[in-house]
Design a protein around this ligand. Structure first.
Ligand code: ADP
Ligand code: ZN
Length: 527
């Protein structure tokens, strides 16, 4: 008998109940660790197969596996899916009435459940802890564990209460799972959840079948349409927009252009939202245009593209959202269009956000990392993996690998631009946004130029070697490099400490040349 034939209880459950032949990646090691009573912290990308890591131990161990999940809207679906496999599952959350709750509670106490899904806020209730004491718990699974991290991008205060699990039930194994964690978030999860003795399982975050592309935005909707028509006709996909209004406009725009699309955001009636979500899951080739409210826990294997029409707020968010593409392992596209206005808008949102200085600094650091990813001349995948403290080689399947961007010495244009900002401030005591500064550099005779007599400035017309869109690229990249800042309600430009080095000619500025066309060829350019 070879070892492959040894039928462990875990493997038996995998085959008999879930209908799969073999474990993937670390699944087997994680499952046997938890089955034998150990704590585990699991970092595995979306689609990696995290659910089985707690579902199988819950079935193998004596008692009920308690799963803490913030995804209230999905609990019903998750439980239905398990019941279809013959697993005895139930959930407790705020959407139920008293009668429904009591039935689930009774089933739990009588040991008639394998898995019980709980919303995190329920654990704060004394009645819940009393209930858990009355039944037999086989393990605690903490899904979306990054929600406990204040450093991360998706903090939920209710998750902080989960640190008590260990004190209250020291003998029950805990498994925390997340699809996104930098080194800092990873450490914070372990600390806040009291997982000092837990074994850490960290899978590779590479998603080789996803092609990452980030393009300068000029007309986002048209660029999107072009992408869909040329590369993804008839494909299912997700389009992310920042605001509810742009979600609705974009969905309408696609429909008008003959592409089936539905909107999804938190402002829609919950029935409409549920209907659009289930249509997306069930129908072929439907596009959902959504805010980031959409997607956590969505398991649709054949999402062929994820498009961002606005800049995500963090690399973690970007990674998680793009990770919803290509769970089936087939080639998929992660496409992002971003422009100067995104940077201005997000800086403004950070400035006016609630919370203390430390919080705003954190948001700012998240944005800076995202901008660095956008403006890199290196492989996007390597940059992404490095962000999660993992190594990678140039991948050959991202825009910068396929069409290596040229970098050019932009020191002189940078000096011209910065000195225009400097002169406006010094000589006129004025601050202006990128549009006006660029018009001054280009020597344009607009009404606003005449009104402010900007044609009298010494720098008027000194930048005609670049055109308007090239200058916008310069501004964007200077912002990304911290050599320029935007301020206030109108997104006016201001110098930073580092600007002085450029103006003082002690610092060279390397810039990335804007691609002429926004569509990337699928193959390498002939030399
Ligand atoms: P995650 O929670 O990590 O995003 P899921 O647990 O939803 O991922 O799993 C992703 C998909 O992979 C699901 O459709 C799941 O059924 C499937 N899957 C998980 N483990 C295996 C396995 N060992 N063999 C085949 N398919 C698997
Ligand atoms: Zn690459």
């Amino acid at each position: 008998m070879t070892s492959a034939d040894t039928l462990t209880p875990e493997l038996d459950v995998l085959r008999r109940i879930f209908g799969y032949d073999a474990f993937r990646g670390d699944q087997e090691a994680i499952i046997s660790h938890v089955v034998s009573g150990g704590d585990a912290l699991v970092l595995m990308p979306t689609g990696g197969g995290k659910s089985l890591c707690y579902q199988i131990p819950a079935l193998v161990r004596e008692g009920v596996g308690v799963v803490i999940s913030p995804l209230i809207a999905l609990m019903q679906d998750q439980v239905d899916a398990l019941r279809n496999l013959g697993v005895r599952a139930g959930f407790l959350n705020s959407t139920q009435d008293g009668q429904q709750r009591r039935e689930v509670e009774d089933a739990f106490v009588n040991g008639e459940l394998d898995l019980l899904y709980l919303a995190p806020e329920r654990l704060r209730l004394e009645s819940t802890t009393r209930l858990l004491d009355r039944g037999r718990v086989s393990l605690f699974a903490i899904d979306e564990a990054h929600c406990v991290s204040q450093w991360g991008h998706d903090f939920r205060p209710d998750y902080l209460a989960l640190s008590d699990l260990h004190e209250r039930w020291p003998d029950i194994p805990r498994i925390a799972l997340t699809a996104t964690a930098t080194k800092a978030t990873h450490a914070e999860i372990a600390q806040r959840l009291n997982l000092g003795d837990a074994k850490h399982f960290v899978a590779s975050f590479d998603r080789p079948n996803i092609q990452y592309r980030i393009v300068p935005k000029n007309s986002a909707q048209k660029q999107l349409l072009d992408l869909l028509r040329t590369e993804h006709p008839g494909d299912a996909g997700i389009v992310y927009c920042l605001s509810r209004a742009s979600v609705e406009k974009t969905a309408e725009f696609l429909v008008q252009n003959g592409i089936p699309a539905v909107p999804y955001h938190a402002g829609l009636d919950s029935r409409v939202r549920a209907r659009n979500q289930s249509r997306f899951l069930r129908e072929d080739g439907l596009i959902v245009v959504a805010t980031i409210a959409f997607g956590m826990g969505i398991d649709k294997p054949d999402v062929r593209f994820v498009a961002h029409l606005d800049l995500p707020k963090s690399v973690e968010g970007y990674y998680q959202e793009t990770g919803r593409a290509g769970r089936d392992g087939l080639p998929s596209t992660a496409w992002l269009a971003y422009g100067l206005a995104d940077v201005v808008q997000q800086r403004k949102m950070i400035e006016t956000s609630e919370g203390d200085l430390a919080h705003r600094r954190r948001l700012s650091a998240h944005l800076d990392a995202m901008l660095a990813l956008c403006e890199t001349v290196e492989c996007r995948r390597v940059q992404l993996l490095n962000y999660f403290s993992q190594e990678g080689k140039a991948c050959g399947n991202c825009d910068t690998c396929l069409t290596p961007p040229e970098s050019w010495d932009g020191t002189v244009p940078a000096q011209k631009l910065l000195s225009t900002v400097f002169r406006l401030d010094r000589e006129r005591n004025q601050k202006f946004g990128a549009g006006q500064v660029i018009d001054i550099l280009l020597g344009k005779q607009t009404e606003k130029i005449t009104q402010f007599r900007h044609d009298q400035l010494k720098v008027f017309g000194i930048g005609t070697e670049l055109n308007d869109s090239e200058w916008r690229g310069v501004v964007r990249q200077l912002l990304a490099q911290g050599l320029l800042a935007v301020e206030g309600d109108y997104g006016t430009l201001a110098l930073t400490e580092a600007s002085a080095d450029v103006l003082g000619r002690t610092r060279q500025v390397m810039l990335r040349r804007e691609p002429e066309r926004t569509r990337q060829p699928r193959t390498r350019k002939p030399a």
